[in-house]
Design a protein around this ligand. Structure first.
Ligand code: FMN
Length: 155
């Protein structure tokens, strides 16, 4: 039930990709159709963004901030919003990987708050990515789908 888009940047070791895949697995197990996009490979289009009922966003910690391509994604949403597209208010879950600092959490959450309704707690993991972190992402994927079902039943 429902469409989830998992938008993430992964480049250095594939750490953020591992978290994205665990999250996608959880969302699929909960019955959602899932589209995964690595923003290091391509940009997210307005059409695919609008077609999603829920969003998962993942980034590595780069200099205590989100990766450049994830920032570009937020910049795109801002401009879509400015041009009157209905991009605001989707439920979203957040996850990140880091080398140790993990200071990306605060700027990441504050960017997301501008456009999304955050569901659950942000999952952060230092490298190497542990099974525990993957399990947390799997559970977060399920939680996002459950949230979609709740919204649908309220309509
Ligand atoms: C350009 C660059 C900047 C980084 N800056 C930080 C940082 O400020 N804090 C931190 O904890 N890790 C930092 N790291 C480590 C990455 O966040 C970490 O290795 C991450 O898991 C990489 O994700 P990926 O394998 O999905 O690309 C940096 C890595 C790179 C390549």
């Amino acid at each position: 039930m429902g469409k989830i888009i998992v938008i993430y940047h992964s480049q250095q070791y594939g750490n953020t990709r591992m978290l994205a895949e665990a999250l996608a697995e959880g969302a699929r197990e909960a019955g959602a159709e899932v589209n995964l996009i690595n923003t290091n490979e391509r940009r997210v289009t307005l059409e695919e963004f609008l077609s999603a009922d829920g969003v998962a966003i993942g980034t590595p910690d780069y200099f205590s901030y989100v990766a450049g391509t994830v920032k570009t994604f937020f910049d795109d949403i801002y401009q879509w919003d400015q041009s009157g597209k209905p991009v605001k208010g989707k439920p979203a879950v957040l996850f990140f990987s880091c080398g140790g600092g993990g200071k990306v959490r605060q700027p990441f959450e504050s960017l997301a708050q501008r456009f999304f309704q955050q569901v659950g707690e942000t999952v952060g993991s230092e490298r190497p990515i542990s099974n525990e972190a993957k399990k947390k992402c799997l559970a977060l994927g399920k939680e996002l789908v459950k949230n979609l079902s709740k919204r649908a039943s309220k309509k």
